[in-house]
Design a binder for this molecule. Sequence first.
Ligand code: NAD
Ligand code: UDP
Length: 360
Amino acid sequence: MGILVTGGAGYIGSHTIVELLNSGYEVIVVDNFSNSSPESLRRVSEITGQRIMVYNMSILERDGLEKVFNENNIHAVIHFAGLKAVGESVAIPLQYYQNNITGTLNLLETMQKYNVKRLVFSSSATVYGFPESVPISEDFPLSVTNPYGRTKLMIEEILGDLFIADNEWSISILRYFNPIGAHSSGRIGEDPKGIPNNLVPFITRVAVGELKELTIFGGDYPTKDGTGVRDYIHVVDLALGHLKALEKTVSTPGVNTYNLGTGKGYSVLEMVEAFENTCGIKIPYTIAQRRPGDVAVCYADPIKAKQELGWGADKGIEEMCRDSWEWQAKNPNGYEVNIKNIESPHLSTSGDFLIKVNSI
Ligand code: NAD
Ligand code: UDP
């Protein structure tokens, strides 16, 4: 079965493709590498020993999308492609709306034209805004505080409207909590450009000696130790959730929304301690002002995904810390390998492994 994965070279996409290929799916990727490297896909191919068809293009390119659907037998789409930095979205909102909303509309219109009506969409726990209580279940009120979150909420609403108009569509909306960790091989992982915004990549950069110390944003939250609490989930567990959601879209029409989280909350200080204990490296930190827009506590009620998808997160916090560290330690500069001739129409890479990159 052919699965189109938009944004497949990115952090969550690359881990999901490993699981798709291991489960026998054929994978076609569309990515413009605006926040990733083709090297991630080369390594996915190496890990799995499978081929990946890659289109180096933006989902903003309508003609390119048509070509992808013409050239491949696509049964369903997993849609990761999007810009995702909250702060940046406040600074350049129009680019966020253009990329995330227009890009998604292009994708949906092309899917409709080619009669491909199965979709798994990456949403975020950010759509819960400032939740009144925890754990957070899918029926909590939705609100957003920044353009990035608004693109996620708008797309969720667009998908709802699409199903009302045509109930042949089968859509899973996945609201991720805080993905961390990396593939156990240490070959693929999260590779943020510049200074990381997120906690765990920041911690691993401190551990590797690239950054001096962690700044903890806020020590006066109404939590067990005053620092913010989040639901950290191993990216491989998250990836496996996509396969379950995909199976659901194949078996049942409708729009279904699921939290993908563990249901457990860890404070920033607990994360620092877990990392130190698991990896044996001290993380110096200072406690500073709260970061504007941060919620005190956010963790999922994951029961709906358990009941309806048969999915639950298995990996604990030690494994998450260990795999994050393993990736960082083995790849201190992330992917930083430039595959030459990325503009050439066909690009084959080392040995028996092949990613075929088509530039549109
Ligand atoms: P990522 O930036 O690593 O991956 C996104 C990929 O999409 C990148 O490879 C990027 O090059 C590509 N892309 C962006 N715009 C594109 C376009 N117009 N055309 C083609 N490709 C494009 O991000 P990620 O962490 O893997 O996140 C994947 C999805 O999950 C995103 O939609 C993100 O908003 C959502 N999400 C992520 C998190 C998180 O904490 N990582 C949490 C909640 C939701
Ligand atoms: N955090 C922090 N220092 C950092 C980055 C994050 O103290 O350098 C805190 C942040 O305030 C939050 C938690 O760590 O309480 C998780 O932040 P992250 O940005 O990873 O996820 P999000 O806030 O988007 O859930």
